[in-house]
Design a protein around this ligand. Structure first.
Ligand code: AMP
Ligand code: GLY
Length: 427
């Protein structure tokens, strides 16, 4: 069958790369894709927001399965539109995607399902939010925009003054546009974070191997929040007992409560979890693979991804064999443009990609790249996800950074400590 991957980041390149390995798959298209997906598959010049054009393309090109990478098209109803046209798609409906599209919807659902999560309050009016903050003891607190804000909508505040500022940025200055029309104020949780992803077909829930992201820009988790500067899999912090607890206290009640409300969840459910002294608490849900978590996770998957995603799309995950994983760990180092996560210049030629790509046990996933003639140039903030598998974390990290050393472009930079956190959680 032909497969269409929607999106243009490192996650989509990893999905395409893995799907292409399936004997079930003939062609893999990517809309709109990047320089890496153009090399490993076929790019289609359709934006991920152009729902009618994507449906038309899928129909005309006999796409047997569409896999949607990012949250925005899911929240815009791409799955519903494809299904209405009789096409198979992996990714939740618009109704189910609200888990990510509205943080207030998500928190209310978790409250109903008794899923452990921080206490929260909602506001549309700045004065009321300020009064609430004034009446509370001064201390750390989190202010969030309700809607999609490209990963920038959660502001962890050290004190009341910072929280007041965050509230004003959202409700008065409208810095987040409509996404910040409704605001959530949340208790601040303390602990280590882990990403738990599961494939769900509406009934059956299959957790994937664990991973951990690195959200801050600089080494030692310093600097501003980003989309993710690197990730590794597994996250030894998540023990089998903890995973079991997360399955029973978090994933199962969430999917059941959605079902009871008439919403079927089909796709990837990604729980951002804070592991606190009192156990796991959900920080947020995403309704798609994480980026960069998808890169190290998919590199460890031995099972045919196309078979699994098709089974999920058809509601028959209960009939597939348990997923087979490479026991060896993976490390993904994100290389970014100068200036990221703020503004950056595009169009700089990248050298060393071929040499890095020839290293054993390494795959260079492209994110913000594009082809300019035959040259690969940077075209986004996060540019590459250099991913390696190794005998242990030390080996995987060494291989990933050997590849990183070979790749250069003016201003390109990366963290140097991806996966060092593992040692904190190993016995
Ligand atoms: P979110 O967009 O909700 O995932 O939040 C982004 C990041 O903000 C998370 O990965 C956490 O690092 C942090 N964060 C979100 N909510 C809280 C919370 N209640 N307490 C502490 N940190 C939080
Ligand atoms: N890496 C965080 C995310 O995909 O949301």
């Amino acid at each position: 069958m032909n497969v269409l991957v929607v999106g243009q980041g490192g996650r989509e390149h990893a999905l395409l790369w893995k799907l292409k390995q399936s004997p079930l798959v003939s062609e893999v298209y990517c809309a709109p894709g990047n320089a890496g997906t153009a090399k490993d598959g076929i790019n289609v010049d359709i934006a991920d927001s152009d729902v009618p054009a994507l449906v038309k393309f899928a129909k005309e090109n006999e796409i047997g399965l569409t896999v949607v990478g990012p949250e925005a098209p899911l929240c815009a109803g791409l799955t519903d539109a494809l299904e209405k046209a009789g096409l198979k798609v992996f990714g939740p409906s618009k109704a189910a995607a609200q888990l990510e599209g509205s943080k207030i919807f998500c928190k209310k659902l978790m409250r109903k399902a008794a899923v452990p999560t921080a206490d929260f309050w909602t506001f549309t009016n700045a004065e009321q939010a300020e009064q609430f903050l004034n009446e509370r003891e001064d201390g750390p607190i989190v202010v969030k925009a309700d809607g999609l804000a490209a990963g920038k909508g959660a502001i962890v505040c050290k004190n009341r003054a910072e929280a007041m500022d965050a509230v004003r940025r959202m409700l008065v200055f409208r810095e987040f546009g409509d996404a910040g029309r409704n605001v959530l104020i949340e208790e601040c949780l303390i602990g280590q974070e882990a990403s738990i992803l599961a494939i769900i077909d509406g009934n059956t829930i299959i957790p994937l191997e664990t991973s951990q992201d690195h959200k801050r820009a600089h080494d030692g988790d310093e600097g501003p929040n980003t989309g993710g500067m690197g990730a590794y899999s597994p996250a030894p912090l998540v023990t089998p007992e903890l995973m079991d607890e997360i399955l029973h206290r978090v994933l199962i009640p969430t999917v059941h409560t959605l079902s009871a409300d008439g919403i079927r969840f089909r796709g990837i459910l990604y729980a951002g979890i804070m592991i606190t002294e009192d156990g796991p608490e959900v920080l947020e849900y995403n309704v798609r693979f994480g980026d960069p978590e998808a890169q190290p996770i998919l590199m460890r998957l031995k099972t045919d991804l196309a078979e699994v995603l098709l089974a999920a799309a058809e509601g028959r995950l209960d009939q597939i064999e348990p997923l087979d994983w490479d026991e060896r760990p993976t490390v993904c180092v994100v290389m970014a443009s100068e200036g990221y996560p703020d503004s950056y210049e595009k169009g700089k030629p990248i050298s060393g990609l071929d040499a890095a790509g020839e290293l054993e046990n390494v795959k260079v996933f492209h994110a913000g790249t594009r082809l300019n003639g035959s040259h690969v140039v940077n075209n986004g903030g996060r540019v590459l996800g250099v991913t390696a598998i190794g005998d242990d974390f030390f080996d995987a990290k060494k291989r990933a950074y050997e590849a990183v050393e070979l790749i250069k472009w003016p201003g390109g930079w990366n963290r140097t400590d991806i996966s060092d956190k593992v040692s904190l959680s190993l016995p």
